[in-house]
Write a protein that binds this ligand. Structure first.
Ligand code: ADP
Ligand code: MG
Length: 727
C-alpha cells in the first residue's frame, strides 16, 4: 500500500523541469489568436466590420446576411490560425466551461467537400444540454437550451478550435449560465452610471464596469496528487496531519519562484498572451507551493471570460508540466487557502475612472458620488453580496482568520473617513456660498489625486477601497467571477438609479442647484450607510460582537448565506433591473444548494472510503506489529507485563481507540447521509452542513492522530510535508 506513496515521491523527486524558451517579445504575441479589431478589419468587409462594431459598442442587432459574412470571415481567419473545428464556448452553472466541437468540414450536394461556417452556426446552436444544471426550470419535454453568440467577447482559437463565446438559455428564455445575467447587470450599471456621470460631463455616453481579478492557486506534482484519492476526487485533502514546517516562517511569500513552477508560468503566460489574456503579475503566495497570477484589468464581461478561460488553460498547461493545479479554496488544513480578489471600478467612454479622485473639486464631487453610492449599495445588499460568494469550498476561508470574515463591511482608510465625516456636516437644504467654498476648497478639493499610496491596506476587510477601485476580497479561488460581478454591478446600478431620482427631485421640486442637491443626498447616504464601514481588525471577536449590534448578517455557511439570494428584496432587485426573474433566481438558489450538498456528499464518501480502506487497515497492520512486539517482550522477560511492555501497550490502546472512533464515525456519517438524502434540495443542503460535516471533521481528526502514531513506512497516503515541499 505505502508503495504507491513511495513511487509517487520518487517520480516527483526525479522530475526534470520542462524548459520553456521565450522567443520574441510578448507584445508581438499578444492576441495573435483572437479575432480582435485588427483581425476583423483584415478579414471582414467594411459593412460587416461596421455592423459588428455597432453591436459591440451599442448593442445593435446583426442581421442574418451580415452574420453570414462575419461567419465566413471568422472562419477564414480561424483556418489561417490552424483551426479545423469550431465550438460555442459557454459557462454553464456547473462552474466550468463547456464546449462541443464541430468540424468546419461539410459535404455539398454534388458530393464535394468544403470548409464552412454559416450564419446559423455562428449565431445559435443547440447543445444537448439536458445534463447541465437548470434548477427545475426545464421540464424534460423541453429539456433543451441553446447557445447564442456574444459579440462583445471576441472569438479566439485555442489549439485547433475556434471558440465563439456565447450565452446559454432555455427555449423558454430563462438564463442557464453565468454570462446572461452578468451581461444584463452590466447593461443596467451602464445605463444608471451614465445618467449620473452626465451630471458632471455631458460627453459621457457609456460606462463600463472594469474587473481585474487576482487568481490564487496551488501547484502540486501530478504523481503526488494522483496518489491522493481526496485531491483527485474532491480537489482538496480531506485528511493529513500538519507538516512540522508549514508556512510559519513566511519564507515562501514573494520568495524566488521554484524553477519548475516558473517554467509552467512561462508556458502559461505565453498561451495567455496568444489568447489575449493580459497577464502581468506572477508571484509566490503565503503558503508553500501557492502562487498568484493577475492580469491588467479589462471590461468586466471580457475579464470574466478571461478568468474562466485561464482556469481551463492552466489545467492543460499544468498537465504538460506534470503538475496538478488546485483551485480549491482550502486544499490543506492549517495552511492558507486561496482566493480571487475582484478589483472593480467604473470607467466612462471618455476614459475617466469614476472611482479615481481627480485634480479639481468638481471631479472629486463626481468621485465621491460614485464612491458613496457604492458604499450605500453594499450596505443595503450586504447579505446578497455575501450570498454571491458562498460555496462549500469558500466556507473554509470566510471567518477562519486568514481570509476576510463572513461579515461584509467596507474599508475606506483614514483619509476618506475624514472626508465623509466632514460631508456629513453639510447643512440641510441649499448651501450658503461660504459653505460651498469651504467644501470645495477644504474638503472635496483636498482629496489627493493619488490616494493609492496613502490607503492603508487593511487585509482583513472583505471589501476595501484601494485608491482608485474597490477590491472585493472574499471571492473564492474556484468561483466564476460572474456571480459576484453580477450582484455587485446590479446593486450599484439600483443604487445609482435611486440616487438620480432623489437628486432630480430636489432639483425639480425644491428648486435646488445641482451641486446642492448632490451634497444633500450624499450627506443622507453617508449617515444611512455608516454601519457598513469598518476600519478595524476584521478577524477579531470584537468585530463579530459589534457587527451583531449593527445588525449586519454573519452567515457562517453556504446554506445559511444563500437564503439571502431568494429574499424578497433580492428578487425585487433582480426583477426591477431585468437581470433575473423570480423563477430564475429560485432556480439558481436551488442549483447552488444542490451543488453544496453534492460537494459535501462527495467529500463524505471519499473520506469514508479512505478511512475504512486505507487508514484503518494500515493501523491494524501496525497494531499487529505492536502485538508481536509485546508478546516477544513478554517471552523474553517472562512476565505477563513488564516495564518494557508499558509503552507498546499504551500505544496499542491509543491506536485501538482511534480505530474504534473512526469506524463509529464513518458509520454515523453514512447514516447522516442517508437521512439527508431523502430531504428536499434546500433542507438537504442544511442537513449536510449540520449533520454530515461534523462527522467529516471528527473522522479526519482521528485519522490525523493515527498518522502521527503509525510507522511511516506503512502509511499509505502522501503526507502534507511531501505534498507541500516537493517541487
Ligand atoms: P494587490 O491587491 O495584490 O496588492 P493591486 O492592489 O495592485 O494588487 O491590484 C492589482 C489588481 O487591480 C490588478 O489585477 C489590476 O488589474 C486591478 N486594477 C487596477 N485598476 C483597476 C480598475 N480601475 N478597475 C478594475 N481593476 C483594476
Ligand atoms: Mg488584491
Amino acid at each position: 500500500m505505502a508503495q504507491i506513496r513511495f513511487n509517487a515521491l520518487q517520480t516527483a523527486l526525479q522530475r526534470d523541469t520542462i524548459k520553456v524558451e521565450e522567443t520574441g517579445r510578448r507584445s508581438e504575441l499578444f492576441a495573435k489568436h483572437v479575432f480582435n479589431d485588427s483581425a476583423m478589419r483584415q478579414y471582414l468587409t467594411s459593412d460587416a466590420y461596421q455592423t459588428i462594431l455597432a453591436a459591440i459598442e451599442k448593442g445593435d442587432k446583426i442581421d442574418r446576411q451580415t452574420a453570414g459574412h462575419i461567419a465566413a470571415g471568422m472562419k477564414e481567419w480561424a483556418i489561417s490560425k490552424g483551426a479545423t473545428h469550431y465550438t460555442h464556448w459557454f459557462q454553464p452553472l456547473t462552474g466550468s466551461t463547456a464546449e462541443k466541437h464541430d468540424a468546419f468540414f461539410e459535404t455539398q450536394a454534388d458530393g464535394s467537400v468544403i470548409e464552412k461556417l454559416g450564419a446559423s452556426q455562428l449565431v445559435q446552436q443547440e447543445p444537448d444540454a439536458s445534463s447541465f444544471p437548470h434548477g427545475g426550470i426545464r421540464n424534460t419535454f423541453e429539456a433543451r437550451g441553446y447557445t447564442a453568440w456574444d459579440p462583445t467577447s471576441p472569438a479566439f482559437v485555442y489549439g485547433t478550435t475556434l471558440c465563439v463565446p456565447t450565452v446559454f438559455v432555455s427555449y423558454t428564455g430563462e438564463a442557464l449560465d453565468y454570462k446572461t445575467p452578468l451581461l444584463r447587470a452590466l447593461q443596467a450599471v451602464d445605463a444608471a452610471a451614465t445618467s449620473v456621470a452626465r451630471y458632471f460631463d455631458k460627453n459621457v455616453s457609456k460606462v463600463n464596469a472594469t474587473l481585474g481579478w487576482e487568481q490564487e492557486y496551488f501547484l502540486i506534482d501530478a504523481a503526488l496528487a494522483a496518489s491522493r484519492p481526496d485531491i483527485m476526487l474532491a480537489g482538496r485533502t480531506l485528511l493529513g496531519h500538519a507538516s512540522a514546517k508549514g508556512q510559519q516562517l513566511d519564507d515562501h511569500y514573494f520568495g524566488s519562484i521554484p524553477s519548475r513552477a516558473l517554467n509552467f508560468m512561462r508556458d502559461l503566460e505565453r498561451e495567455c498572451m496568444l489568447l489575449g489574456v493580459p497577464v502581468k503579475t506572477r508571484h509566490n503566495e503565503v503558503a508553500p507551493n501557492q502562487f498568484e497570477l493577475a492580469p491588467i484589468f479589462e471590461e468586466a464581461n471580457l475579464a470574466v471570460d478571461h478568468n474562466s478561460l485561464l482556469m481551463d488553460v492552466m489545467d492543460k498547461v499544468a498537465k504538460r508540466h506534470h503538475f496538478k493545479v488546485l483551485f480549491h479554496e482550502k486544499p490543506f488544513a492549517g495552511i492558507n487557502g486561496s482566493g480571487k480578489h475582484n478589483n472593480w471600478s467604473l470607467q466612462t467612454n471618455t476614459g475617466v475612472n469614476l472611482l479615481s479622485p481627480g485634480s479639481t473639486p468638481m471631479k472629486n464631487l463626481q468621485f465621491l458620488t460614485f464612491f458613496i453610492n457604492t458604499i450605500k449599495a453594499v450596505n443595503t445588499h450586504e447579505a446578497l453580496l455575501r450570498a454571491s460568494i458562498a460555496s462549500a469550498g469558500n466556507d473554509h476561508r470566510l471567518g477562519a482568520n486568514e481570509a476576510p470574515p463572513a461579515i461584509i463591511s467596507v474599508f475606506i482608510g483614514s483619509q476618506l473617513t475624514a472626508v465623509l465625516d466632514e460631508l456629513e456636516k453639510v447643512t440641510s437644504g441649499k448651501l450658503s456660498p461660504q459653505e460651498k467654498t469651504e467644501l470645495k476648497l477644504n474638503v472635496v478639493g483636498k482629496i489627493p489625486e493619488i490616494l493609492l499610496d496613502n490607503t492603508d491596506r487593511n487585509r482583513t476587510s472583505p471589501f476595501a477601497f484601494t485608491g482608485n477601485k474597490f477590491e472585493f476580497r472574499a471571492v473564492g479561488s474556484s468561483a466564476n467571477c460572474a456571480n459576484s460581478m453580477t450582484v455587485l454591478n446590479a446593486i450599484v446600478a439600483k443604487q445609482l438609479q435611486d440616487f438620480k431620482l432623489e437628486v432630480d427631485a430636489l432639483i425639480d421640486q425644491k428648486g435646488m442647484k445641482k451641486d446642492d442637491a448632490i451634497f444633500n443626498v450624499l450627506r443622507e447616504y453617508i449617515k444611512d450607510a455608516k454601519r457598513i464601514r469598518f476600519e478595524g481588525d476584521g478577524y477579531g471577536e470584537a468585530w463579530e460582537k459589534e457587527a451583531k449590534k449593527r445588525k449586519l448578517s454573519n452567515a457562517k455557511n453556504t446554506p445559511e448565506a444563500l437564503k439571502a439570494k431568494i429574499s424578497a428584496s433580492s428578487v425585487a432587485l433582480f426583477e426591477s433591473l431585468g437581470i433575473l426573474s423570480k423563477t430564475e433566481v429560485e432556480a439558481r438558489y436551488e442549483i447552488e444548494m444542490e451543488e453544496y450538498a453534492l460537494r459535501i456528499q462527495i467529500e463524505a464518501r471519499v473520506l469514508g472510503d479512505i478511512a475504512r480502506n486505507h487508514v484503518v487497515p494500515t493501523a491494524i497492520r501496525y497494531q499487529n506489529v505492536l502485538l508481536e512486539n509485546i508478546s516477544g517482550l513478554k517471552a523474553v522477560y517472562g512476565k505477563t507485563t513488564n516495564e518494557y511492555t508499558e509503552e507498546p501497550l499504551r500505544l496499542l490502546e491509543q491506536i485501538s481507540g482511534y480505530i474504534r472512533e473512526i469506524n463509529q464515525g464513518v458509520a454515523a456519517m453514512i447514516e447522516a447521509r442517508k437521512q439527508a438524502n431523502v430531504l428536499s434540495a434546500s433542507e438537504r443542503a442544511m442537513a449536510y452542513c449540520e449533520t454530515v460535516l461534523p462527522h467529516i471533521q471528527s473522522v479526519r481528526k482521528n485519522c490525523d492522530k493515527l498518522e502521527l502514531l503509525v510507522d511511516d513506512q506503512l502509511w499509505p497516503l502522501t503526507k502534507y510535508r511531501e505534498l507541500l515541499f516537493t517541487n
